[in-house]
Write a protein that binds this ligand. Structure first.
Ligand code: GLN
Length: 538
């Protein structure tokens, strides 16, 4: 097993996850089988209880793990399915060590960060890497070198390096090269400081990935090489790119793959030249058409909150040779100003998942507007539930129709708690989570999109369309075209009078990949194209 440890310096938010994923992608192009582990040094057990404003979207895995969004990047770049173990948190590490202590596992010893916590970290990484069947394990350490909470992990990585040897464990450090505005000069001092910090902890980086607004000048590369004690060829320039899917190609062009292989003593005859990836990238960069899709959410200040939707729409756009422009609308804004003003110029509307009351009425308004004006519409999870509520209120005329999530005493509980959720009051990992089968009705729009009658998609919800209202909703024209195998749970709804009005209880965005876009996002972009054409023709 080879380990590639990706650390970050200077500031957070440099795209370490994209660097880690891109390294995996270029190694995959040489026939290796890399996997990824993300370490989040926070104390939460998992990402499931975190507000998206904290670290962005909560990504959901096949096994129902609620994890950091970087695992979504690994899955998309490497085209693999990961398990919840691939996201290590301090909560999990300390929880396991304390449990072992309670069981008497440490035989009377004083339990300490070194060696007990560091041993737990190393053991987990080794065991996950081996279980995954991969030959290279990329470990991304969240946060920035120097953070107190990262310290035990850096120490564990130093020990791992010593134990497995330098050719089996290498360090990639991602930093920022700021450009001083007045003189346009690229500055290496923050990078020097963060490498100095890393070295004081016993870690010498093997590669520096230098993020900047612009490509690194050769003199700056030389300076980083000299001051950070890294060969010139291992200083990688990572300027802002038009799309994240460019990064593997930029790494490959700078010889990073060959350098990594040499460092790790890996040889191979395989090299697909990233051909498939480049063809996908070509479609991303030079599309012939363009559509605008409006996403109505409630964490719009942080684009990462809905990252899997944006990526799924990009994957779909690339397949359809269409650039997808996003119009991001705060749901609450639709409560004070009319949707006519805010979303009449878009080609499609997407209402993503969510929790809590804030912004609900705005999302319902956007849904009404899309339905009444035949604007292509996709609702996901909460978006699915709200589509049923909007229909009940405005077509069935059920006044006050709501979800018991927002109005416990509503007389028309169109959306209600899943039966098995009653009595659950713990919040962590207690929703209906992960991959579940869904049966699609023959001849429906979704059936046409998926091309098969049984699918499997990822879930994350506590509420569902209330079975008591299904007959009435269907009689009025809402069709439930996807259901659980026992037909008890509604999974997909469609509206016949509209060109594309589809919503799903599951989250198709989590399984979308380059060249294998989510079927429902593909359907939405396709419908948006038709809509845009029709508008153009008047
Ligand atoms: N809040 C809703 C529920 O728990 C929807 C969840 C979601 O959109 N992920 O069922």
């Amino acid at each position: 097993m080879k380990y590639i440890i990706v650390t970050g310096g200077v500031i957070s938010g440099l795209g370490k996850g994209i660097s880690a994923s891109s390294i995996g992608r270029v190694l995959k192009s040489r026939g290796f089988n890399p996997t990824g582990i993300k370490i989040d040094p926070y104390l939460n057990f998992d990402a499931g209880t975190l507000n998206p404003f904290e670290h962005g979207e909560v990504f959901v895995l096949e096994d129902g793990g609620e994890v950091d969004l970087d695992l979504g990047n690994y899955e998309r770049f490497l085209d693999v399915s990961l398990s919840r173990d691939h996201n290590i948190t301090t909560g999990k590490i300390y929880g396991a060590v304390i449990e072992k202590e309670r069981q008497g596992h440490f035989l009377g010893k004083t339990v300490q960060i070194i060696p007990h916590i560091t041993d737990e970290i190393k053991e987990r990484i080794r065991s996950i890497a081996h279980k995954s069947g991969a030959d290279i394990c990329i470990v991304e350490l969240g946060g920035t070198v120097g953070d107190i909470e990262s310290m035990p992990y850096l120490e564990a990585m130093r020990q791992l390096h010593m134990e497995v040897g330098g050719e089996n464990c290498i360090f990639v450090h991602t930093t920022l090269i700021p450009v001083v505005m007045s003189v346009g000069e690229q500055k290496t001092k923050p990078t020097q400081h963060s490498v100095k910090e890393l070295r004081s902890l016993g870690i010498q980086p093997d590669v520096i990935v230098a993020r900047s607004n612009v490509p690194l000048e050769s003199s700056i590369k030389a300076k980083i090489s000299l001051f950070c004690n890294v060969p010139l060829e291992a200083v990688i320039s990572a300027p802002n790119a038009l799309t994240i899917y460019e990064i593997p190609v930029r790494f490959e062009e700078q010889g990073l793959t060959d350098y990594l292989m040499r460092k790790m003593n890996l040889t191979t005859e395989v090299n697909d030249g990233l051909e498939d990836w480049k063809s996908f990238l070509g479609h991303c960069l030079e599309p012939s058409g363009e559509v605008t899709i409006c996403l109505v959410g409630k964490y719009m200040d942080l684009m990462d909150s809905y990252i899997s939707h944006f990526e799924a729409l990009r994957h779909a756009g690339a397949e359809l040779d269409t650039a997808v422009k996003f119009k991001c609308v705060e749901a609450e804004d639709l409560e004070s100003s009319s949707p006519e003003k805010v979303i009449s110029d878009v080609d499609a509307v997407l209402i993503p998942g969510g929790f809590g009351e804030r912004g609900i009425e705005g999302k319902i308004e956007a849904t009404r507007f899309a339905r009444e004006n035949n604007i292509p519409f996709l609702g996901v999870c909460l978006g699915f539930q709200l589509a049923a509520i909007e229909f009940a209120r405005n077509v069935l005329q059920l006044e006050g129709a709501n979800s018991t999530e927002f109005d416990q005493h509503t007389k028309q509980p169109i959306v209600d708690l899943l039966p098995e959720q009653r009595g659950i009051d713990r919040k962590g990992a207690t929703m209906r989570l992960g991959s579940q089968p869904v049966i699609l009705s023959p001849g429906s729009k979704v059936h046409g999109l998926y091309g098969v009658a049984e699918i499997s998609e990822r879930h994350r919800h506590r509420f569902e369309v209330n079975p008591d209202f299904i007959d009435r909703l269907e009689e009025a024209g809402l069709r439930f075209t996807g259901k659980s195998p026992d037909a008890r749970r509604m999974e997909v709804l469609e509206l016949d009078g509209c060109d594309f009005f589809v919503a799903s209880q599951f989250h198709p965005e989590f399984k979308s990949r380059p060249k294998k876009p989510s079927k429902l996002h593909w359907g939405l972009v396709q419908a948006a194209k038709v809509h845009a054409e029709a508008v153009k023709k008047g």
